[in-house]
Write a protein that binds this ligand. Structure first.
Ligand code: MF3
Ligand code: CO
Ligand code: CO
Length: 275
């Protein structure tokens, strides 16, 4: 049985396993945190060029977020010491910023999670560096479509399985693999909360969606097999078959009508090309 709990105060609430149904104050806070998150991803657009190091991108995000009163949630999170995750080509997620430089042809995901006034914004986008082969561009396009088709199913009365099914169906129609090892998640005052938001599934299964639920959807889609492998650094997840992987993530809240996306780009830079 799925447990739901209505959050009545805006005091911090712990991880109980129950799915929180948030009120107006939470939605307002999430809109502000989500906007800062999206503005950070917008700010990075002109910097995502050949020759820049991923550590420089991480620094830009840190400076931007902290100058606006935010704190990167990933700093010190389970021993992680960076402000972003930057995942290049066959890296599925949780790539660690380093002195590695971007090169023409790379496809790159940047994932940022600012905390603003106690609320978490969590979003990631893909960036195309220089001249990207059509095959890789196509993966990025279809991955964005997967996210948005999933979000179309995010409405009261539907189930998380409907969101997952829409994503899986679109990816597999293109013979791509949907990563099973990482999921979306509830968030709010907590970074990772119930429910677990899977990206493969059957319609009508999983928790029912109710107004007030706040969670991320963040499908990772591979050109090849879904299987991932964790590198020795304990964070970097790569495709086992070394095929390219792409991801987009939004933070959303379920409303009476459907969902609100907290992390929409103010510049309309939803998916590449951005300029
Ligand atoms: N932002 C990631 C997510 O979408 C989590 C990154 S945790 C880190 O849930 F420690 F790897 F940064
Ligand atoms: Co994220
Ligand atoms: Co997330």
């Amino acid at each position: 049985m799925t447990d739901y709990v209505t959050v009545t105060s805006d005091a911090p609430e712990g991880r109980t396993g129950a799915i929180k149904l948030h009120g107006r104050a939470a939605f307002d806070g999430m809109h502000r945190a989500g906007r800062l998150c999206a503005e950070t991803l917008d700010m990075l657009v002109p910097h995502m060029v050949p020759g820049v190091t991923t550590a420089e991108i991480d620094r830009l995000a840190y400076d931007f977020i902290t100058a606006r009163g935010g704190v990167p949630a990933t700093l010190g999170y389970r021993g992680y010491t960076h402000s972003t995750c930057i995942s290049i080509n066959h890296v599925v997620c949780h790539g660690i910023p380093s002195e590695k430089t971007l090169k023409s042809g790379d496809i790159v995901n940047v994932d940022v999670t600012p905390i603003l006034d106690g609320w978490h914004g969590d979003s990631s986008r893909m960036y195309l560096i220089g001249d990207v082969p059509l095959k890789a561009k196509r993966l990025v396009e279809v991955t964005y479509e997967c996210l948005m088709l999933g979000l179309e199913q995010a409405k009261p009365g539907n189930h998380l399985g409907d969101v997952a099914h829409a994503i899986q169906r679109h990816a597999e129609r293109h013979r791509y693999g949907v990563v099973r090892d990482f999921c979306g998640h509830g968030l709010g005052r907590l970074f990772h909360d119930a429910p677990e938001v899977v990206h493969v599934g059957k319609p009508g299964t999983g928790p029912e969606l109710k107004p007030g639920m706040i969670f991320t959807v963040e499908p990772m889609i591979n050109i090849g097999r879904p299987d991932v492998k964790l590198l020795d650094d304990g964070w970097t997840a790569v495709t086992r078959d070394r095929s390219l992987s792409a991801q987009f993530e939004h933070s959303i809240g379920i409303t009476e009508q459907g969902c609100e996306i907290f992390t929409l780009s103010p510049k309309g830079w939803h998916a590449p090309p951005y300029l």
